[in-house]
Write a protein that binds this ligand. Structure first.
Ligand code: AMP
Length: 222
C-alpha cells in the first residue's frame, strides 16, 4: 500500500455513524469528505425548481435521481486535488452509482476506493434515529429523549438542536426500505471486487474509529 491513505466509501443504514466517522477521518487523517446527504440538504434550501424537487424528495425519504446527483457529485470530486484522499459518505447508494464512481475516478486518474460497511440491526436504527437531534449551525449530533430536549443546546457552539424532518418514523421506514433494497447490494458488489470490510456499527464511536484505522493501515493518529 502507498503512504497515501486510500479513498474510502463509508456506507451503512441510517444512523450507523457514517457522518461521525467521516468527520473524524477529516480531523485526524486530513481526509476530504464528500457527504451527499449534507450536499443535498444544502441544495434543498435553494428557491429554484431543482431546490424544491430535492427538498420534496428528502422530506419523503426518497432518493434523488442518479442523473441529478451525478453532476453535483462529480463537480465536488474534481474540486479536490488528485493526491489527497477522499471519504465518500452517502455515495454510492446503489449499483449504478457504484459503477459511476469507479468510472469517474478512473477518468480522473484517482485510486479506486475501498468500501467500509457499518452494519447495524434495523431495530437499533429506529432507536438511534428517534433520539437523534442535529445542531442547525455546525451539524453536531446530540442524542436525547424528547422530554429532556428543552434544556438541550449543541455542546460545541450553543445553538439549539432539532430533529431532522426525515427522521420521522414513517419516513425512516421508507429510507430503510430503500437502503435494504438498493444500497445493501453494495455489500456483495464490493465483496466480489475484494474491496469490502464489514464493521460492527453497534460498537462505540472510538471502537469503530480504531477498527477503521486498523483496516486502512492508518497510524493511531496523525
Ligand atoms: P442522508 O443524510 O445520507 O440520509 O441523505 C439525506 C437524503 O439526501 C436522502 O434521503 C436522499 O434524498 C438524498 N441523498 C443523499 N445521498 C444520495 C445519493 N447518493 N443518491 C440519491 N439521493 C441521495
Amino acid at each position: 500500500m502507498s503512504s497515501q491513505p486510500p479513498n474510502l466509501i463509508l456506507f451503512g443504514p441510517q444512523g450507523s455513524g457514517k457522518g461521525t466517522q467521516a468527520k473524524l477521518l477529516v480531523d485526524k487523517y486530513h481526509y476530504h469528505s464528500i457527504g451527499t446527504g449534507d450536499l443535498m440538504r444544502s441544495y434543498a434550501t435553494h428557491k429554484d425548481a431543482l431546490g424544491r424537487k430535492i427538498r420534496s424528495l428528502i422530506n419523503h425519504g426518497e432518493l434523488v435521481p442518479d442523473k441529478i446527483i451525478e453532476s453535483i457529485f462529480s463537480h465536488e470530486v474534481t474540486k479536490i486535488p488528485a493526491d489527497q484522499p477522499i471519504v465518500f459518505d452517502g455515495y454510492p447508494r446503489n449499483l449504478n452509482q457504484a459503477h459511476f464512481l469507479d468510472t469517474l475516478l478512473v477518468k480522473l486518474e484517482r485510486p479506486l476506493p475501498v468500501a467500509l460497511y457499518l452494519n447495524l440491526p434495523r431495530a437499533v436504527v429506529f432507536e438511534r434515529l428517534a433520539s437523534r437531534y442535529v445542531c442547525s449551525e455546525c451539524g453536531t449530533i446530540v442524542r436525547s429523549l424528547p422530554s429532556l430536549l428543552r434544556q438541550l443546546v449543541c455542546p460545541k457552539c450553543g445553538t439549539s438542536v432539532a430533529m431532522r424532518k426525515d427522521d420521522k418514523p414513517e419516513v425512516i421506514e421508507t429510507r430503510l426500505n430503500l437502503f435494504y433494497s438498493q444500497t445493501f447490494l453494495l455489500v456483495d458488489h464490493y465483496k466480489k471486487l475484494n474491496r469490502l470490510t464489514e464493521i460492527n456499527g453497534e460498537a462505540t464511536i472510538e471502537q469503530v474509529q480504531t477498527v477503521i484505522a486498523t483496516a486502512l493501515h492508518l497510524p493511531p493518529s496523525i
